[in-house]
Design a protein around this ligand. Structure first.
Ligand SMILES: [Zn+2]
Length: 550
């Protein structure tokens, strides 16, 4: 270790060892030794300094300074805190440090951010003034600049000019008249009457549906006291007709514009699958048509057996479409089920009642009777002791428990044979259902039908009451066969209309026509046929044509 030997013996001798004789402290660290060495070197011996010889002020100041410096040098202000940790000297040093830090912290003004110069306060007027001198991009509204006050060159108008024309849309309301609608829109009464007479010449005014919108143009009026003249008017009068009125040479002229309408019924066929409703809707059937289809099938068959997932549904809906694009969907005309490629069920609407008939001409089967009121039977047909008369006699009907005012329904289709007061029956209605069958409804509080009227199954014919010989509100219900009273519980009505003769032939012909309709035929384009399209008129197209063909 030659290097180590050289360092220790010669050149790099530590200072605290070298000057050990000057300071006597036994626990000297190297730093402390260095500090003390400095002062002891400068002032080796204060007594040796000759200061009395110089009496000048500077000399005294220097003397004083020396003394202070000497005194201060004795005080150890900043001991090294890494040394002698825990000693009195160390605690003094630490106290000094914390004290100075605390003083420094006390001088700290605030921990809030340093505030910049206060912004200039601008009121609204000044802000507008600034804005008026800015160039703002137009995209932001371009609101800079200033409106000029009117100068003497500006002359105010006597009156605001009137618009030369007013275009407006008037709507025909429910229970409204066409003339009233025109007058509401500002057309004079004489002109409104002329318009009405012109339109009623083309079509009955009552055919115009409520809610029809009428486009009008009112022209310039002669004087402010007079109504504006009607310049032109146009509206969709019917599904297949647009009417326009125009002023030509001072007089109004009607210009009917028929709209091409195709009334091919909409036929929709498809596989039933998991849900007829979803499949049919997916195939493009209107929701109402699908509901009608299901209701029609359900009214005649048990739906579970009538429609299987592998069957095909087949429906025809009355459908109208105009060349202008509007579509009108009507009622269901035909409801069919195809099983294994063969028609299983075929029902077509026929007659003014809208009943569905089978392909053979047999109408809807309506089996069973409706309950006349939704209550339980409290007294049935047979001998019983009469509650009012007090002796045993025949009870010629059925009593249904029902509260006052409950509606009473016709149990089946029929005609009203009697309606009115009928002795002990009180307010009484008798219906004839055909085939010698009849029903009677007694003790009504109110009768809702008239004699001779036709009623449908389920129609309300009156309301429960307690008129006649009755102890409280209930319905006494009778049934007759061939004019004689029978037990209502013994009769099951089956009413089934059957077409025959000419009616049946017409029915079959109509059914044949409906089944000729191809599914989706009604959805084909209504565009005019190719031959109607005009030949090219421009010479350049004529020149181009042979080239295109090549
Ligand atoms: Zn009774």
């Amino acid at each position: 270790m030659a290097d180590g030997a050289i360092g220790e013996t010669g050149l790099f001798k530590p200072r605290d060892q070298a000057e050990a004789g000057i300071e006597t402290g036994s626990v000297n660290g190297p730093a402390r030794a260095a500090a003390q060495l400095t002062h002891s070197l400068i002032l080796e011996d204060p007594g040796k300094l000759v200061i009395a010889r110089f009496n000048s002020f500077a000399e005294r100041y220097g003397q004083w300074r020396e003394r202070i410096s000497l005194h201060l040098s004795g005080i150890d202000f900043a001991p090294d805190l890494a040394e002698d940790i825990g000693s009195v000297r160390w605690f003094r040093g630490a106290g000094t440090m914390f004290g100075l830090a605390a003083v420094a912290a006390l001088f700290w003004p605030d921990f809030a951010p340093v505030e910049a110069a206060a912004p200039m306060s601008v009121n609204d007027a000044q802000r507008d003034e600034f804005r008026s001198q800015m160039i703002m991009p137009l995209a932001l509204g371009g609101d800079s600049g200033r409106h000029m006050a009117a100068t003497s060159a500006v002359i105010p108008l006597q009156s605001a000019p009137e618009r030369p024309q007013i275009e407006l849309v008037a709507t025909l309301g429910q229970g409204d008249s066409f003339a009233r609608m025109l007058q509401r829109a500002g057309v004079g009464s004489s002109e409104a009457n002329r318009v009405v007479s012109l339109i009623s010449g083309a079509m009955p005014l009552s055919d115009i549906a409520a809610g029809t919108k009428v486009d009008m143009v009112l022209g310039r009026r002669v004087s402010p006291t007079q109504p504006r003249p009607l310049d032109s008017l146009s509206f969709r009068a019917r599904f297949d007709l647009e009417l326009a009125l125009e002023r030509r040479g001072g007089a109004l002229a009607l210009d009917p514009r028929p709209i091409r309408v195709d009334s091919t019924p909409l036929r929709i066929r498809g596989k039933v699958g998991a849900s007829v409703y979803r499949s049919a809707r997916g195939a493009g059937a209107p929701a109402r048509a699908v509901q009608d289809y299901l209701r029609t099938l359900a009214s005649q068959y048990d739906l579970d057996s009538a429609l299987g997932p592998n069957d095909e549904f087949d429906m025809v809906v009355s459908y109208k479409r105009a060349a202008t694009g509007e579509v009108e969907t009507g009622q269901l005309l035909y409801a069919g089920v195809i099983r294994n490629g063969k028609p299983k069920t075929q029902l077509m609407r026929w007659g003014k009642d809208g009943q569905f008939f089978e392909a053979s001409g047999v109408g809807e089967q309506r089996s069973g009777l409706l309950a006349p009121v939704p209550g339980r039977v409290t007294s049935s047909f047979g001998m019983r002791r009469h509650p009012i008369l007090g002796y045993t006699r025949m009870h010629a009907g059925m009593d249904f428990k029902a509260s006052y005012g409950t509606p009473i329904y016709a149990v089946s289709d029929g005609t009203v044979a009697f309606a009115g007061r009928h002795g002990g029956h009180g307010n009484f209605v008798k219906l004839n259902h055909g085939g010698g069958l009849g029903t009677g409804y007694a003790h009504m509080s109110r009768i809702a039908v008239n004699a001779g009227q036709r009623v449908r199954r389920g129609q309300v014919i009156g309301y429960v009451g307690s008129t006649g010989l009755s102890t409280g509100p209930h319905l006494h219900y009778e049934m007759y066969r061939g004019g004689k009273v029978v037990n209502p519980a013994s009769v099951q009505f089956v009413t089934r209309a059957t077409l025959s003769g000419k009616d049946l032939a017409n029915f079959k012909a109509q059914l044949g026509r409906l089944l000729q309709v191809q599914p989706g035929a009604a959805l084909a384009s209504l565009a005019p046929p190719e031959s109607d399209v005009d030949a090219p008129r421009r010479e350049i197209e004529r020149v181009d044509r042979p080239r295109m063909l090549r």
